[in-house]
Design a protein around this ligand. Structure first.
Ligand code: SF4
Length: 397
């Protein structure tokens, strides 16, 4: 469970009012497609032309820099897909490119996602040498049967090897686990999570398995061949997750993310605190502020189409939308209520031009779904987190 109403400042990364500026680069390729995954990830049986993609990433950065103007980068995230399929030289070239278009102070958080099946010591050292200082491993489960069920290419032994290597090479490390798997009992999950916590350095991402439309799991689920835990079982698993991570000093600071105080993902905090980010690469999204305006960008999802588009016109954008103040206020709420520190109501007022509807807020307070942190912040309680979408829908503009 969350501890009782801590002040927002008990995180070592306090909300200073400046949510920062992140650069996200999407590597859209994977060695195999996992049956639950609806990310923009593609399998290619021919080698990917990495220099060609790198040149396109840099071209697109130039355009994003023009849209958002000069900025100081507070974090970089190389996501995917499986970015650990990139050569270290590709990663180095991408990071150099970012530093060409924006100011990149020394020591900022630079995260790269990696899969245990594509981890080798030499490559990890190469990424570290290129400037990556935080790795996020897609471990997903700590038993072989469930890893096979999830369609993963690694086993537990590979995962543990990757964790050890990451701990040796990178100052910071996260790994992901998926829970609420079919037939998973609370006891089994507690045992697995206790084991995971003992391997963790400073951060864990713990996601409930969700059945996404268009995935193989969706078809199986619809046909009644894949049964996931129901609402009550999921709530029990969620509660056990909160309790164990808090007991081990890694409480949730966001719905699915847990960290030792101060080790929160700087990059993801920028999203949830509704800061700016440039989204580079196929299917990447961005938010770039210019004056009072916020521009939402989205790029072409299909890697080869994106590549051709960038080569022809300098960017792969398929959508560039100016967000009105009401839309910005809604997004701020949607993102901020995911966080244990909650949402800054003065900022919401500044965007929406009004206070929260007192009747709706009172109703949510009475039901124990939200709580105030002083006068300035509102956050979801643990039970509110379980129905987050409904809470946001109730309060939004
Ligand atoms: S490795 Fe990750 S991005 Fe790739 S298919 Fe599996 S879940 Fe999706």
């Amino acid at each position: 469970m969350f501890s009782a109403a801590p002040a927002p400042s008990d995180a070592l990364l306090p909300d200073t009012g400046d949510p920062g500026f992140g650069v996200y680069v999407h590597w859209p390729f994977c060695a195999a497609k996992c049956p639950y995954c609806d990310f923009n990830s593609h399998v290619r049986h021919q080698p990917v032309d990495q220099p060609r993609f790198t040149a396109a990433f840099l071209k697109e950065m130039e355009v994003m820099r023009r849209i958002g103007g000069p900025k100081t980068v507070t974090s970089i995230f190389l996501g995917g897909g499986t970015p650990s399929l990139m050569d270290p030289a590709t990663v180095a070239a991408i990071l150099d490119g970012i530093a060409r278009y924006w100011h990149v102070p020394a020591g900022i958080e630079i995260t790269m996602e990696a899969n245990p099946s594509s981890v080798e010591a030499e490559r990890f050292r190469g990424y570290r040498h290129a400037g990556v200082n935080r790795v996020s491993l897609g471990v997903q489960a700590l038993n072989d049967a469930d890893l096979r069920f999830l369609g993963r290419l690694h086993n537990v032994e590979d995962a543990l090897k990757a964790i050890r290597l990451a701990r040796d090479i990178f100052p910071r490390m996260n790994f992901d686990l998926i829970y609420a798997r079919p037939n998973q009992t609370v006891e089994a999950w507690e045992a697995e999570l206790n084991q995971a916590v003992s391997y963790a350095v400073d951060h864990l991402s713990l996601y409930q398995l969700t059945i996404e439309e268009g995935t193989p799991f969706y078809g199986l689920h619809k046909a009644g061949k894949l049964i996931v835990p129901d609402g009550d079982q999921s709530a029990d698993l969620y509660e056990a997750t909160q309790e164990i991570t808090a007991r081990h000093g890694m409480p949730a600071y966001e719905v699915s993310n847990h960290a030792r105080p101060g080790a929160e993902s700087r990059h993801n905090l920028t999203y949830w605190r509704y800061g700016d980010y440039a989204g580079i690469g196929p299917g990447a999204h961005g938010r770039l502020t210019r004056g009072r305006d916020k521009i939402a960008t989205a790029t072409e999802r299909r890697p080869e189409t994106w590549l051709e588009q960038v080569e022809a016109q300098g960017h792969g954008m398929v959508d560039q939308e100016m967000l009105g103040l009401d839309e910005q206020a809604d997004e701020l709420l949607l993102m901020g209520l995911r966080l244990r520190e909650g949402v800054d109501l003065a900022r919401w007022h500044d965007l929406s031009g009004r206070d929260l509807d007192p009747i709706r807020e009172e109703r949510l307070l009475e039901h124990g779904f939200v709580e105030r942190l002083g006068n300035s912040r509102l956050r979801c309680t643990p039970s509110g987190m379980l129905i987050l979408d409904a809470v946001v829908a109730d309060l939004a503009c």
